[in-house]
Design a protein around this ligand. Structure first.
Ligand code: COA
Length: 134
């Protein structure tokens, strides 16, 4: 299997879903979402921490995730989860037939965040997350 879909359950309720591409190095969180009514309660961070732990288990060295240039909240979220800004894929959203915006910002580019997962290197983001501790 190449892209793996994970579902976060709260009892019998689906509260989140993520798709991760493990095929290449770096691995990539392709999609991540928490149910609207369950957001801002720490579940997104727990989901990311679980994915990081799974990445470490798989021996992944670097994990990436992208969000649009207009998604200010997501930029905060990923940095609070230990990711750092990596690079920009300009005009990534060229395929939108009609212009879309968020917070008054036209969605154009993909801002890619990354997390180095080499546990032997001091000062890596994975240490901040301490993924082995949950
Ligand atoms: C982005 C998303 C996954 C975050 O999940 P969440 O469960 O709401 O996030 P958490 O409660 O775990 O938040 C972790 C931290 O990120 C911050 N954060 C989360 N969403 C934020 C937002 N929209 N704006 C600012 N900060 C935000 C939280 O305040 C928290 O910060 P703290 O460490 O200072 O307390 C969720 O809001 C979501 O599903 N959004 C819609 C889909 C989406 O945009 N997915 C991302 C695609 S790139």
């Amino acid at each position: 299997m190449i892209d793996v879909v994970y579902v976060l359950w709260d009892g019998d309720q689906k509260t989140g879903a993520a798709t991760v591409r493990w095929r290449d190095e770096p691995a990539e969180i392709v999609e991540l979402a928490i149910a609207t009514g369950a957001q801002r309660h720490g579940l997104g961070r727990i989901f990311v921490q679980w994915i990081v732990a799974e990445a470490l288990r798989r021996g992944v060295k670097k994990l990436e995730v992208g969000t649009s240039n207009a998604s200010i909240g997501n930029m905060r979220f990923y940095q609070r989860c230990g990711f750092r800004m990596d690079h920009i894929r300009r005009d990534y959203f060229w395929y939108y037939r009609e212009p879309r915006s968020e917070d008054g910002i036209t969605i154009r580019d993909l801002l890619v965040f990354s997390m180095e997962l080499d546990k032997n290197r001091p000062g890596t983001n994975s240490e901040q997350l301490n993924p082995g501790s949950y």
